[in-house]
Design a protein around this ligand. Structure first.
Ligand code: ZN
Length: 665
């Protein structure tokens, strides 16, 4: 999701004053603890001294079980569940209801026999009296279930011993008629009705013209090798954890409406007019944006087929995805183009994906006429920076305002008003999510930073490629520093529903994480960092990593013990404040003394400018701080005459007071 309601802004005068007051008072934080020594240098064991991270013990068990490896790779006994979905739904825009059936074949690839399975009914956040921590429109309704069946037997709701089901908020617990053995499958069937919530609902809904249908079908909860069943409620703030599966979807809407969904449209000849199909085909090779459906083309018998009974059923197939969502409206225009993604299918040749934008003409004020171009740049840039975009299309859909910017596999729903910069930003942010978490299927609820922070970081790599000279990394650093300086920060290894407020959640999950990755790049060097970042993706593509898999992979690739880095930036709220203390001549040398006024241990990057020659780089290793020292020094030649010394001139490290990092001051 795109960060809303906390505008990023340049460092304000107030923040500068606070920085000076905070650091000029001479107060320093306690020294960092001594690092662990010996073989305990891996992220895993450093984490064991780091306090309550519920996943930790479970992760160590996973290591012992061989489902995870200390190197950060999936272990030799890694397993993952699977589900095949057949979904059918009809949208009635008059009643604003969706009537659906879901047939799920759940594959138990775990070594455990499962007598109970859990299903997510995320739409129940709209049920009367639901528990939630974000705004939810008043009195919508939750799932109206008319059939729940397992293994061919209809189930009744209620507690008890035999087969049946219970619903608690957004989680359904099904007691199966027969347990599923390892390697076995179970069929689940549902028939249901939901009401599409009005604008104001998080991440989708309808405003009377456009419908964005998300969290609209019963979906298997994740059962994984680390934590078993993940049955956390959906309260609105923390996002999702979803397993992978294949989907066959049939969506019935009024004829003339355009539908865009996760997956590939498999019956284009039945639902699209010949003109629309021809234009879509041309978009796969056209160098420019193709206007597939213009204002004049809209309607049944023009953009779409004529339909029978005034309806059309659109069929989509999506493979190895963690969710399906779709947008539909009678008012959409459709722009399409293509993006070159590199060798996505591994056959050695370049691959192309289609990039779509569906939007209402009045949303031209939000620069939707540029959305397809923005999407193309985002897909192409990120395919190169990370790895090739693997899906058949990437579509931006103009949705109700409260979509903000929200990601779904192959799809983003974007609502509200944007200028050209922020429109590009929201498009690239959501498209960055096509890698994290769509392909790298982390638990967004418990580790929001693995999703939002990684998307935020990768968006910042794309933005200066589109807007030359734009420093999006600085835009992430400043809100983090502002909160760190005022002392209101909360550490980011925390469940997304357990932050004191949205500012602390957003700062930790988006800005601090993105900033920490820049700092990690500064520690490792760009080449090693990017190699590790991609290797983490390669290892965990379409799988379920936890934080230690990321930490361990970076250590494995870089060959470094980074326990100090993880602890500082992921488990603590220690601040970084390096200062140049003294610069003194000692014989033929100059001794530069750097003081660590904060608690964060980081290497010291100095740039020395002399009367002649190129600026010189000098580093004091991070180990200088490990025994709790507050000062560290380095000697450099006295000649040629030193004109100036600056700490971290590339601004890779988020120092709370840069004013004391220069000599002369
Ligand atoms: Zn996001």
């Amino acid at each position: 999701m795109h960060r809303m309601s906390m505008a990023r802004s340049p460092l304000t005068g107030l923040a500068v004053l606070l920085a000076l007051a905070g650091c000029g008072s001479g107060r320093t934080e306690a020294p960092p603890p001594a690092p662990s020594a010996g073989p305990g240098g891996t992220a895993t064991s450093s984490a064991t001294r780091v306090m309550e991270v519920p996943a930790m013990e479970a992760f160590d068990r996973a290591l012992a079980n061989g489902t995870r490896a200390r190197s950060g790779e999936p272990g030799p006994r890694y397993w993952q569940q699977w589900a095949d979905y057949r979904l059918a739904a009809e949208l009635n825009p008059v009643s604003k209801r969706l009537t659906g059936t879901a047939a799920i074949r759940y594959h138990n690839r775990s070594p455990d026999t499962l007598g109970v399975v859990y299903v997510q009914l995320l739409h129940n956040i709209f049920a009367p009296g639901s528990r939630h921590n974000t705004d939810v429109p008043w009195a919508v309704e939750g799932y109206q279930l008319s059939r729940v069946a397992a293994q061919g037997a209809a189930l009744a709701e209620g507690k008890g011993e035999g087969a049946g089901y219970e619903v608690d908020g957004t989680i359904m617990r099904i007691r199966l008629p027969e347990p599923i053995p390892p390697g076995g499958t179970a069929d689940l069937d549902f028939a249901y009705r939901i009401r599409i919530p009005p604008d104001g609902a998080p991440r989708g809904g309808q405003d009377g013209e456009v419908y964005y249908i998300s969290y609209w079908y019963p979906q298997m909860a994740v059962y994984d090798d680390v934590n078993g069943w993940q049955t956390d409620q959906y309260y609105g703030n923390a996002e999702f954890y979803m397993g992978y599966g294949n989907y066959d979807v049939a969506l019935t809407v009024p004829a003339g409406w355009l539908v865009s969904s996760t997956g590939t449209l498999t019956n284009a000849a039945e639902v699209l007019s010949a003109q629309t199909r021809a234009r879509l085909d041309s978009a796969m090779s056209a160098p420019e944006i193709v206007h597939v459906v213009t204002e004049a083309d809209r309607g049944a018998g023009k953009a779409t087929a004529a339909g029978t009974d005034g309806k059309l059923t659109w069929r989509f197939r999506a493979e190895n995805v963690r969710d399906v969502a779709w947008g539909a409206s009678a008012g959409y225009l459709w722009d399409a183009t293509n993006a070159e993604v590199g060798d996505a299918d591994g056959d050695g040749g370049p691959d192309t994906t289609r990039v779509d934008a569906l939007w209402r003409p009045e949303m031209r004020t939000s620069h939707w006429d540029r959305a397809a171009r923005y999407g193309r740049h985002s897909v192409e840039f990120l395919s190169e920076y990370l790895w090739p975009y693997p899906y058949p299309h990437m579509t931006a859909v103009d949705g109700p305002t409260s979509c903000g910017g929200m990601e779904y596999p192959m799809m983003t729903c974007i609502g509200g008003q944007w200028d050209t910069l922020t429109m590009y930003e929201v498009v690239v942010h959501e498209i960055a999510h096509m890698w994290h978490p769509m392909q790298i299927g982390s638990d967004e609820k418990r580790f929001a930073w693995m999703d939002e922070g990684f998307a935020q970081f990768t968006q910042s790599q794309a933005m200066p490629d589109f807007f030359r000279g734009y420093d999006d990394e600085a835009e992430n650093r400043e809100p983090y520093l502002n909160l760190a300086i005022t002392g209101g920060e909360v550490e980011l290894m925390r469940h997304g529903d357990r932050y004191p407020n949205y500012t602390t959640y957003g700062t930790a999950s988006y800005y601090k994480t993105a900033t920490a990755l820049v700092a990690l790049r500064g520690v490792l060097g760009r080449e090693t960092f990017e190699r590790a970042f991609r290797e983490y993706g390669r290892r965990w593509q379409y799988k379920h990593p936890v934080p230690y898999d990321f930490f361990n992979t970076v250590e494995d690739v870089s060959g470094r013990d980074l326990s100090w880095f993880w602890r500082t930036w992921f488990f603590e709220t220690w601040k970084l404040d390096q200062a140049i203390d003294t610069v003194a001549t000692v014989g033929d040398s100059v001794e530069v003394v750097v003081e660590n006024l904060g608690r964060a241990p980081m290497p010291v990057h100095l740039e020395v400018t002399r009367a002649e020659g190129e600026p010189q780089r000098v580093e004091i290793p991070v180990s200088a701080w490990f025994a709790g020292q507050k000062r560290a020094s380095v000697r450099i030649p006295r000649e040629p005459a030193i004109r100036g010394i600056e700490l971290d001139p590339e601004r890779e490290f988020p120092d709370v007071d840069r004013g004391n990092g220069r000599w002369p001051r």
